[in-house]
Design a protein around this ligand. Structure first.
Ligand SMILES: *Cc1c(COP(=O)(O)O)cnc(C)c1O
Length: 394
């Protein structure tokens, strides 16, 4: 099928929950994508931070192919070797001790919300059940996670929302201090807000949040669904800040393109869950975990170092563009999670770049986001910045 045919079929039969761009990718390799009409693109969207190893990373493809021919799925009624090994790898590379597997970021946050409530109620009593999250955060699209998400546009029309959530401005320690009370079970934050516009936490904010949580018997949950797994130049973003959370949520890049999510917790917190308290039919199945093991081994085996080097290189080039165009307000971010805030709307630049073979995306209306593979080469960054420069100059 060509692009036009795919678009027509999709528009007729698929539910209209996405505002799609007129592009139908059919093949990918590394940082490159090809559409149904044979056009080639440099991909700085990367499946929205999923394709951190580039498209069709050979280790992930090989692991999926081998596992697909051996055992696709069995129930969590049984022990699953790949699941145990992926949990070990995540525990050994984080401050957490145990892992619950699911299929998406929203589910990972749902699991974190349930675990934090169970823990807090068991330890302090039934009233300790509330959550504090940040404005402009993003935590997913289930009812509980749109409620956790501090952006009214994701909640409107879906009321009544679950109770027990309040919001504070991000990076405002005083506001957090005022919001925490005896009924607070947990504070949920992204160390780098992704969807909300690429906002990096101040180190003093996260350190202060940790201190407040400890003083009030409150759990600190970091949503690293987007910023985790090498994206910021550390395996986990919290490692930049020297602040350890009690619970971490992961998804996006975890399976190298295969859907899988995870919720990690420290031993004493994880102990609040007993058999039967939480479950997922697909969560952590052999195929997903084989993909996850291959993806995480490749991430830890060199992709993070490349991200540090090329991330600094890209940021420098974006800052050079900021010096050239007065309407670029700010360039910010860590590693290869970078944002360029414009004075006006960003959608027109996304379109111009796409027409010239570069895929980027725009969030919060005026922030161009750059999330290429962690494995990307400097030469591809040069090419992308050239195209972006042309698009900005028009
Ligand atoms: C994408 C994202 C989610 C939701 O993940 P899904 O897999 O779409 O459910 C949650 N938190 C953050 C920070 C995200 O970027």
């Amino acid at each position: 099928m060509n692009t036009k045919e795919i678009m027509a079929l999709s528009d007729k039969y698929v539910m209209h929950t996405y505002g799609r761009l007129g592009l139908a990718p059919v093949r990918g390799h590394g940082a490159r994508l090809w559409d149904a009409d044979g056009n080639q693109y440099l991909d700085f969207v990367g499946g929205l931070a999923v394709d951190s190893l580039g498209h069709c990373h050979p280790a992930v493809v090989g692991a999926v192919q081998a596992q697909a021919g051996t055992l696709l799925h069995v129930s969590n009624l049984y022990y699953i070797e790949q699941q145990a090994r992926l949990a070990q790898l995540l525990a050994q590379n984080s401050c957490c001790d145990r892992v619950f597997f699911c299929n998406s970021g929203a589910e990972a946050n749902e699991a974190a919300i349930k675990l934090a409530r169970k823990y807090a109620k068991q330890k302090y009593g039934p009233e300790k059940c509330q959550f504090i999250t940040a404005e402009n955060s993003f935590h997913g699209r289930t009812l509980a996670t749109i409620t956790a998400t501090g952006q009214p546009k994701y909640q409107q029309g879906f009321e009544p929302l679950p109770e027990g959530f309040k919001y504070v401005p991000f990076n405002d320690l005083e506001a957090l201090g005022e919001a925490i009370g005896p009924h607070t079970a947990a504070v949920l934050l992204e160390p780098v807000q992704g969807e909300g516009g690429v906002h990096v936490a101040d180190p003093a904010y996260l350190a202060g949040a940790r201190r407040l949580c400890d003083q009030h018997g409150v759990l600190l949950i970091f949503d690293e669904v987007q910023c985790g797994l090498g994206r910021t130049g550390r395996f986990l973003a919290y490692q930049h800040f020297g602040v350890e959370p009690d619970i971490i949520t992961l998804a996006k890049a975890l399976g190298g393109g295969f859907p899988i999510g995870a919720m990690l917790a420290k031993e004493d917190v994880a102990a609040a869950f007993s058999p039967g308290d939480h479950a997922s039919t697909f969560g952590g199945n052999p195929l997903a975990c084989a993909a996850g093991l291959a993806a995480m081994n490749a991430t830890l085996g060199g992709a993070v170092e490349n991200c540090v080097r090329v991330g600094a290189y890209l940021k420098e080039k974006l800052v050079a563009l900021q010096n050239k165009y007065h309407f670029i307000r700010e360039v910010r971010g860590l590693g290869l999670l970078l944002g360029m805030e414009l004075a006006g709307e960003g959608a027109v630049y996304v379109k111009r770049c796409q027409e010239r073979g570069l895929l980027i995306n725009c969030i919060a209306g005026n922030v161009l986001r750059f999330i290429p593979p962690l494995t990307i080469a400097e030469a591809d960054v040069d090419r992308a910045v050239e195209i972006l420069d042309t698009a900005l100059a028009m």
